[in-house]
Each structure stands twice: as structure tokens, then as C-alpha cells.
Design a protein around this ligand. Structure first.
Ligand code: ASP
Length: 307
């Protein structure tokens, strides 16, 4: 039995400094780690722990996933989520689904279905088939944010990803279980104010990917993450023999040289934890098995904790 590891994120974006948000975000992230790490200790599989942590993060209105998702240009919420289990190396997800509480549950259901990724109408049908109750993930704060942006004619490229008050970003979870198995999950309300039909990286291998050797979840501007194919690129580099550190370093140098705005968290099968960012801040926290830590006030672009 190896020592389980867990790393989670709540988005990436501009600085938290001076906004009083860091401590509140830290408490939200630590609470999830403290609830989910014991599941791994008691034998939960990596994919199950990832789903449990994603659900808690989706239910926290502070984050832009599930409850508290940002609104698109037409004032509607459409969410995307994916789960990748590194052991069978299987990706599943939903794209632009509405009116469900936990999009990650649909992604989990699709792990064992014959069709692994469903978009809007198909995802809604699946939710209906599974008798998942209708749910409105809208919060007042997100509505106010959207109304203000509408007055300003949607000039921002992305919604308030980082805690101006309560709103922060997309969520992601990467876990290594006691058997040495890896999984990654990512869930989002999107960038905010986007065109109808825009597809996020979060339910693509570019934003969420795992093999038996490594697992990565990304956040930031989805278009940048897709152009870098960041999660799959880091994971495939490790699978082909790079260390997790070298794979993060090379991939982030490449992203930086193209002025991308993104962040990622990852684990390898030996228990090495890594995270990187080109954005000002990455809201991530981790459990090493011995202690909790976070990246909220980190200035370095990349850090690796050896197993
Ligand atoms: N990557 C997400 C998207 O572009 C947004 C985020 O990570 O906050 O849809």
C-alpha cells in the first residue's frame, strides 16, 4: 500500500492580494482535503475520491462549477465536467449541461457507458434517464456580476475567476490512491460571458488527462489550454519517461513563451506532487499524507514536491 496523495484547485487568474480572499479560499480548499483524504486512507479508489472532492467543490458557491457557475453571454449557465481514470486510461465527460447539481456525477456515470462524452441535449437526456433531480445552480452574486458586465457590454475576456468577493474559478482534483492508481477530474461553468455553444477545455483531454503514470487537471483560459493541449501533453511526457518535474517545466516554458494564461496541478504514480501557472495566481491545495499546503500566495511559476 502506497501513501495516498491529493491535490485540488479552485481556478487560476489575477492576484488575490489585497482582496481579502486568500484565507477564505484556503479554508474552503482545506475543508475538502480534510473530508476526502480519509476516504483514500480507508481504501477508496482514486476515481471515487476525485468524484467526492469534485462534488464538494461543485457545491461550494465560491467556485465556478456546479452551484456558483458563471453565466454565459445569453445569461444561461452551461457546465462541463470530466473524469479520467488512469488505470483503464478512460476519459468521460459532459459538455454544456444545464440544471444539474453535480455535473461530475454524469461524467462518472459515463465511465461505464458505451458513449463516453455527451453534450448539452444528450447530457440532459442522461440526467433525465438517471432521474437526477432538476437543480438551478444560479447564485445572486453570479447574476449581479453578469448584469454589471452586460451594462459594460461584456468587455472582460473572462468572468471574475478569482475571489473579488465570493466568485472564483473552475475546480479540479487529482488523486493517487493506496494501490498506486491515479485519476483526475475537472468541472467548470466556463469562462463566463462566452458565446452559446463554446466548448471548454475542462471536458477535453487538453484540460483533464490521466494514465497509469501521471494525472493532470488544468484551469485558466480554455482556448490557451486547448492550444497547448496541456494536461495530455504533461501526462504523455511522463508516460514516455520524463519525470513529472521535467514534464511540468518543459510544458510551462512552452506555454509561457506563447503568453498563455493557465495553470495545472498533477501527480505521478510515485507520489510526486506538482503544480504550475503562467497566470498570476493558482488556487490549489494539497495533502501529502503528512501535511496540508497551498499555492495561494506562491510567486514561483512552478513547484514540485518529491514523493
Ligand atoms: N478553463 C475554463 C474554461 O475556459 C475556465 C477556468 O479554468 O476557470 O472554460
Amino acid at each position: 500500500m502506497s501513501k495516498p496523495k491529493l491535490i485540488i484547485h479552485g481556478g487560476a487568474g489575477s492576484s488575490l492580494k489585497g482582496k481579502g480572499g486568500a484565507e477564505a479560499v484556503r479554508q474552503s480548499l482545506f475543508k475538502v482535503l480534510q473530508e476526502v483524504y480519509p476516504l483514500l486512507l480507508s481504501g477508496a479508489e482514486a476515481a471515487a475520491a476525485v468524484v467526492a472532492a469534485c462534488r464538494l467543490l461543485e457545491d461550494d458557491p465560491r467556485f465556478n462549477a456546479g452551484t456558483g457557475s458563471v453565466l454565459q453571454s445569453d445569461g444561461q449557465i452551461r457546465m462541463s465536467a470530466s473524469l479520467m481514470d488512469g488505470t483503464p486510461q478512460r476519459f468521460s465527460g459532459v459538455i454544456n449541461v444545464s440544471r444539474v447539481q453535480n455535473p461530475i456525477d454524469l461524467a462518472q456515470t459515463l465511465q461505464t457507458a458505451s458513449d463516453h462524452v455527451l453534450s448539452d441535449y444528450g447530457a440532459a437526456e442522461l440526467a433525465r434517464e438517471r432521474q437526477i433531480p432538476l437543480y438551478n445552480p444560479l447564485t445572486d452574486l453570479r447574476l449581479q456580476e453578469w448584469l454589471q458586465e452586460r451594462q459594460e457590454n461584456f468587455v472582460r475576456s473572462m468572468a471574475g475567476v478569482v475571489a473579488e468577493s465570493a466568485g472564483v474559478g473552475t475546480i479540479g482534483v487529482v488523486a493517487l490512491d493506496g494501490r498506486g492508481h491515479l485519476a483526475a477530474g475537472t468541472s467548470t461553468g466556463g469562462k463566463g460571458f462566452e458565446r452559446i455553444g463554446r466548448v471548454s477545455d475542462s471536458a477535453m483531454p487538453a484540460g483533464n488527462y490521466a494514465t497509469a503514470q501521471a494525472a493532470v487537471s488544468c484551469t485558466g483560459i480554455g482556448e490557451d489550454i486547448i492550444d497547448e493541449c496541456l494536461a495530455a501533453k504533461i501526462v504523455v511526457r511522463v508516460t514516455d519517461g520524463f519525470s513529472l518535474e521535467a514534464a511540468f517545466r518543459k510544458s510551462f516554458q512552452e506555454a509561457q513563451s506563447r503568453s498563455r494564461d493557465l495553470g495545472a496541478i498533477g501527480l505521478d504514480a510515485t507520489g510526486t506532487i506538482a503544480w504550475g501557472k503562467t497566470s498570476e495566481v493558482l488556487l490549489a491545495a494539497y495533502h501529502t499524507g503528512d501535511s496540508l499546503g497551498d499555492t495561494l500566495t506562491l510567486d514561483e511559476g512552478m513547484v514540485v514536491l518529491s514523493s
